[in-house]
Design a protein. Structure first.
Length: 167
């Protein structure tokens, strides 16, 4: 279970460099690739069907405890340590539409498909989880709603602290 920390701790710990990444619009895939000098890798960790949380169901205006296909992966830039822990939540209703392509992308990043010739609508919230600063984006893409959660890991924070050319 992920534990969300209080807002007071959040504000104290958020660096200006990381804040740029948490609130950036557009493709995180492209932004990380640019930061890493063209290097970017996705390592899928787990893909499964599971019931959505009440919070996620409400956010996407889906029935409570609706079933979703969930993809968890690690995103790597130019270092051996992963930079981002990603989790994508695709309600079954969205998988019956155009978003079904996301179920079969393997090691390809979601961003390559999501931002290809389109700019999806995006609602965003930023929270602090035990694993690190996290942005949760609820996208509406070709009539499909889904959540992409990106947790920026300590290795990424260290990298951007030492490299001033972030976003």
């Amino acid at each position: 279970m992920q534990k969300i920390q209080s807002n007071q701790i959040q504000e104290q710990d958020l660096t200006p460099e990381l804040k740029k990444w948490l609130y950036a619009s557009g493709s995180l895939t492209q932004q990380l690739t640019d930061l890493a000098g063209g290097l970017f890798t996705v390592e899928p960790i787990q893909e499964k069907y599971q019931r959505m949380s009440v919070i996620d169901s409400r956010w996407m205006r889906m029935p409570a405890y609706h079933v979703a296909w969930v993809r968890e992966s690690l995103l790597y830039g130019c270092e051996q340590q992963p930079w981002v822990e990603a989790k994508s939540i695709f309600p079954v209703l969205s998988l019956q539409k155009k978003a079904r392509i996301f179920k079969h992308i393997g090691k390809n990043p979601i961003g390559r498909f999501l931002f290809q010739r389109t700019t999806p609508l995006c609602e965003r919230r930023v929270i602090r989880l035990e694993e690190g600063w996290t942005r949760q984006s609820c996208y509406t893409w070709h009539g499909c709603k889904f959540i992409v959660q990106e947790t920026f890991l300590a290795s990424f924070e260290q990298y951007i602290q030492h490299h001033s050319h972030s976003i």
